[in-house]
Design a protein around this ligand. Structure first.
Ligand code: 5GP
Length: 203
């Protein structure tokens, strides 16, 4: 158990931009970060594991969680519902872990109201054409879903300026290093150092 409360890291950005890849690499190198597993009503993609990538639930179950205030935030995205279960986030933060949320902009705006001190990072593609290419190449969505996600991306990008940090995912290694630098800077924020400063100032 760590003695200091962890920090919350919110990663948003258009579908297909590489949020998952960046987060996985950052977490591989930083064992103090815990990933918040969201609940969703969408169907699992091949290779996705229930309880690891998402909690795959029926719409009724999802709204039972919403009604019983178990969600920190939730949103509808591209025809499915997604939400962050509250308990696990609060527990990990209290234990001193940093907690990473991979959520859409609607969810990020809800978190801004509850946790204004969280680190809000928006990942952008170098160009829209590149995003379109990555989405198509991923091959997890049919043509209609790709078109829907691209349309959503254009709206999301209009709201990117509300985030604290913008990371361009052009060269993957650079994007990973930038997210790590943001986390490191967050750990050095003076408000997180108040206990240390107090003890130093007593001397
Ligand atoms: P995907 O279906 O590609 O896994 O996710 C679609 C979008 O939903 C992504 O932008 C992802 O960040 C977002 N998302 C995943 N989990 C959550 C969540 O718990 N809450 C919100 N608001 N968005 C989420």
């Amino acid at each position: 158990m760590k003695n200091k409360k962890g920090q919350l890291l919110v990663i948003s950005g258009p579908s297909g931009v590489g949020k998952g890849t960046i987060l996985a690499a950052v977490m591989e190198k930083n064992k103090n970060i815990s990933f918040s597993v969201s609940a969703t009503t969408r169907n699992p993609r091949p290779g996705e594991v229930d309880g690891e990538h998402y909690y795959f639930v029926k719409k009724e179950q999802f709204f039972e969680m919403v009604d019983s205030k178990e969600m920190l935030e939730y949103a509808e995205y591209s025809g499915n519902y997604y939400g962050t279960p509250k308990k696990a986030v609060e527990k990990k933060l209290a234990e001193g872990f940093d907690v990473a949320l991979d959520i859409d902009v609607q969810g990020a705006f809800q978190i801004m109201e509850i946790f204004p001190d969280a680190l809000f990072v928006f990942i952008v593609p170098p160009t829209i054409e590149e995003l379109s290419r990555r989405l198509a190449k991923r091959g997890t969505e049919d043509a209609e879903s790709v078109a829907k996600r691209l349309n959503a991306a254009k709206n999301e990008l209009k709201q990117a300026n509300k985030f604290d940090y913008i990371v361009v995912n052009n060269a993957l290694d650079e994007a990973i290093a930038n997210v790590e630098a943001i986390i490191a800077a967050g750990r050095c924020r003076s408000e997180r150092m108040s206990d240390l400063l107090e003890s130093l100032n007593k001397m």
